[in-house]
Design a binder for this molecule. Structure first.
Ligand code: ANZ
Length: 845
């Protein structure tokens, strides 16, 4: 049959691959160099969609490429199968989350197999498997023992609709990331991982990833960690024993501090208000606190909003001047940043200025922002004729009337010993002064918060802690892990603000590991980001029941060479995985500190410039595309669309075009070609050059992630081959066979079914995926060639086409291998070689 029929080809090769398992990774006996290519594992909800198809196409190009290059490649897949999607779906349909999850995993597996993903099917895992989450619990206990897991009561982000706590990272513009409900604050006792201990390392180590991770991701991580450098300044409070610290990035402006502001929802505000003699103050504070509690995070951080606040009727003492400063509570100060309190410098900070103007508080200028800071003249703007345009007048240093804070650099004024210094010098000097007086020091603060891992939901890893009747928390002994989830039957999973596990009486009641008296299991489950923070290690020994990962295999494979996935994980997942890797390093479990050597974030598949979604009704369904165009055409289209990090508008691409190209390539394999193994040397030279150019260029292009260029080059090679077949060379020219074999090898990265079928047509055994890349013959790459004459003892014995710029050594080497030369020289020894590159070689024997 001479027509390209993708459905028939798919049917033909799937069972063969099932049998020969081309992507099983044998690591015990294999001494080839290794590559670990990892696709972010999916949530098993619904069938695969266009986004998966794109991402897996790219991961596969890389995995298949390294295989062809002779590497032992690990390319595993699993499912991130705990979490709200499963639980919510289960609640809506009244079925067991476990059954629902397993069904979805089966569906995914079928679709991935059909999509011909190059996964090692012997290493699959899913995180809701007790054999997996046992090790989440182990990990939790490792952190707990190291003092990195702790419980504290705190104001947490609460989604009133999902009835669950959210990490800061899951609150997007004040809304729940899942359901867009405004998030409110709620006081709860929760488990945290102390990621803030690692803030500096998480930030500084990003420098190592420069050039290997997308710049955008590095920037997002840096902003998320948000290191600010400045000072901690302590203020004495009248009627309070301990001083109150504030964090400031501008200690140089301390002389301009005219009041303090504390976050209303901080413990300090409550304490200060309670300590006021004035009952009216106490009442006003209570009212204000309630008002603030009703507000969403978005409102609160909106700088445009009129400032609100209450005077707490308390007095702070300025640490340098001894002035008495009023203390206010206001919601523009956040309870969980810095120390939850600020020294307000209204002349130089806009928020403080707005507040001071609203409540008529003093404003004191301490930096002359008109004064030049360097010895050099300030830049004077020039007009079109090049004449200096002198400012009409120097702007007034009067923020009280202009309403504009003077935030720029300048020279210090009204600041005692700091007068005349620039901002930078004044910051250094002030820190010295504070340190000398023992009332402050250089300090850093971070936007990063500790990682809240408690969830009041059923479908997650139970936290392996037991609470005794007398209030102690006791780790579940290792030999009792996993703490398995109780059956969901009979449990009410609908969110109520407390974990459904607490109601599983039989499960929750256990004897205390200390003395056997009745105790209770912690009812919360872990954030699923714990599961995905280390899964890349589990793939190395997924069935090991003795330990989370085998150190020998870790040594062999980890860290991941190439991680492929969506930019939506740029912050949360990657930050947590980096953190956990550093913890595991510190605890001696892994020998490296970064999990992912390089990262590829693919763009989105969109339609008509818009994100696809069910609700918008602009969904392109993967299964329908596959049905219509075939797996290979869809995969090829993804790779051909453009650089992988760009979005693909499915309106602008042509799976039909891809399909036509594949048919053209495939038909070449059906031509009456030269016999397998025919030496291509005498074949059509122009075509051979095209073939070897492709072989030479494709590896660099794949490694630079220019998949689309590789596909374009394959199209060119296909056209050139067709021309040779239909032209003077003819199908039987050995250069044609060489070209078609090369096309099949190249296509094996992008269109595995077509490539396999071509390979079979060419007379080879499956699988083309493991055939091995061919080395380009360099001598064919240059356009300019000359024919060199090769003599033995002065008699012409052979001729060879070589590059015009070939060097003498190379020419001699090639000459010695020529059949005519080998025949003549026989066993004799070449005593002398006269080489005149590029035209003549004379061997003297
Ligand atoms: C005095 C001052 C003077 C400030 C000045 C700025 C300019 P970043 O850069 O984001 O770290 N701040 C400190 N803790 C705060 C909190 N819990 N809530 C709201 N604001 C807080 O910002 C650091 C600055 O933000 C600090 O420096 C403090 O105001 C304020 F001319 O102190 B500054």
């Amino acid at each position: 049959d001479e027509t390209y029929d993708f459905a028939r080809i798919q049917q033909r090769w799937l069972p063969v691959w099932d049998r020969i398992r081309p992507f099983a990774t044998d690591d015990e006996t294999d001494s080839r160099p290794r590559k670990y290519v990892l696709d972010m594992f999916p949530y098993p909800s619904g069938d695969l969609h266009m986004g998966h198809a794109e991402s897996y196409a790219y991961g596969d190009v890389l995995a298949r490429y390294w295989r062809q290059q002779g590497f032992n490649v690990l390319h595993p897949i699993g499912w991130d199968s705990f979490g709200l999607p499963a639980e919510n779906a289960a609640i809506r349909r009244g079925i067991d989350p476990k059954a629902w999850t397993l069904d979805n995993i089966e569906q995914h597996k079928r679709s991935m197999r059909q999509y011909a993903t190059a996964f090692d099917w012997d290493r699959i895992l899913h995180t809701s498997d007790p054999g997996y989450y046992k090790w989440n619990q182990w990990l939790f206990l490792e952190l707990y023992k190291a003092g990195l897991a702790y419980r504290k009561p705190s104001n947490v982000n609460w989604c009133p609709k999902d009835q669950t706590v959210l990490a800061n990272e899951q609150v997007i513009d004040g809304l729940c990331e899942r359901c867009d409900t405004p998030v409110v604050k709620k006081k709860l006792t929760q488990w945290y991982f102390k990621i803030t201990d690692y803030a500096d390392r998480l930030l500084d180590d990003l420098n190592q990833l420069e050039g290997r991770w997308p710049e955008k991701v590095l920037r997002m991580q840096r902003n998320w960690i948000g290191r600010s450098e400045g000072a901690e300044v302590e203020f004495e409070i009248e009627g309070r024993a301990a001083r109150v610290p504030v964090f400031t990035t501008r200690p140089d402006t301390l002389y301009g501090a005219t009041f303090l502001v504390v976050a209303p929802d901080s413990d300090l505000a409550a304490e200060l208000a309670a300590g006021s003699d004035d009952a009216a103050v106490r009442m006003r504070f209570q009212d204000y606190l309630e008002q603030v509690g009703r507000m969403t995070e978005i409102d609160r951080q909106n700088a445009e909003r009129p400032k609100t606040g209450v005077d707490l009727g308390r007095v702070a003492i300025h640490p340098i001047t001894g002035e008495r400063l009023p203390i206010w509570a206001a919601d523009y100060v956040l309870a969980d940043y810095g120390h939850g309190a600020v020294m307000a410098v209204p002349a130089h900070d806009q928020r403080d200025l707005d507040f001071a103007r609203a409540f008529d508080l003093p404003i004191k200028v301490v930096v002359d922002t008109n004064a030049p800071v360097t010895g050099v003249m300030p830049m004077i703007p020039l007009d079109d004729d090049g004449n200096a345009v002198w400012p009409e007048e120097v702007p007034a240093l009067d923020p009280a009337s202009t309403g504009e804070a003077l935030s720029g650099d300048g020279r210090l004024i009204n600041s005692g010993e700091l007068d005349g210094l620039s901002k930078t010098h004044a910051i250094g000097r002030m820190i010295q002064l504070l340190e000398a007086k023992g009332v402050g020091r250089a300090a850093k603060t971070y936007r990063l918060r500790d990682w809240l891992i408690s969830r009041q939901r059923y479908w997650g890893t139970p936290i392996p802690i037991i609470h005794t009747a007398d209030g102690q928390e006791v780790p579940v002994p290792l030999e009792q892990l996993p703490v398995e989830l109780p059956d969901s039957a009979g449990l009410d999973l609908t969110p109520k603000g407390a974990s459904p596990l607490g109601a599983a009486e039989e499960w929750a009641t256990v004897p205390s590991p200390i003395d056997g008296t009745p105790a209770r299991r912690d009812p919360d489950t872990m954030d699923t980001f714990v599961d995905s923070s280390w899964y890349y290690l589990r793939f190395l020994s997924p069935n090991d029941s003795e330990r989370p990962f085998d150190p020998k295999q870790v040594e062999r494979w980890a860290p991941v060479d190439r991680y492929v996935g969506g930019v939506e994980h740029a912050i949360l997942h990657l930050l947590y995985a980096r953190f956990i890797t550093k913890v595991l390093f510190d605890l001696g479990h892994v020998p490296f500190t970064e999990p992912f050597e390089s990262l590829l974030n693919q763009g989105m598949v969109i339609l008509d410039g818009a994100k696809m979604s069910k609700s918008k009704g602009n969904l392109v369904t993967l299964s329908e595309e596959l049905e219509q165009f075939g797996v290979d055409a869809v995969r090829l289209t993804m790779s051909f669309a453009g650089p992988p990090e760009d979005d693909i508008d499915w309106k602008d691409v042509s799976p039909t075009g891809s399909q036509k190209f594949l048919a053209r390539a495939w038909r070449l394999s059906k031509e009456p070609l030269a016999k397998r193994g025919t030496d291509p040397k005498g074949g059509d030279r122009a075509l051979r050059r095209e073939t070897h150019r492709f072989l030479a260029d494709a590896p660099g292009l794949v490694e630079a992630l220019k998949f689309n260029v590789v596909v374009a080059r394959l199209m060119e090679l296909t056209n050139a081959t067709r021309k040779a077949v239909d032209g003077a060379a003819g199908a039987a020219d050995p250069a044609v066979r060489e070209a078609v074999e090369t096309i099949a090898l190249g296509l094996s990265l992008f269109a595995p079914y077509t490539a396999e079928d071509m390979w079979a047509n060419l007379g080879f055994e499956p699988s083309v995926a493991n055939a091995g890349w061919r080395k380009a013959d360099r001598s064919l790459l240059v356009e300019q060639t000359v024919t060199a004459v090769v003599q033995v003892n002065g008699k012409v014995r052979d001729r060879i086409d070589v590059a015009a710029d070939i060097d003498a050594d190379e020419l001699e080497r090639l000459a010695r291998e020529l059949p005519g030369v080998v025949r003549t020289v026989g066993e004799s020894e070449v005593r002398h070689a006269i080489v005149r590159a590029p035209r003549l070689v004379n061997l003297v024997v």
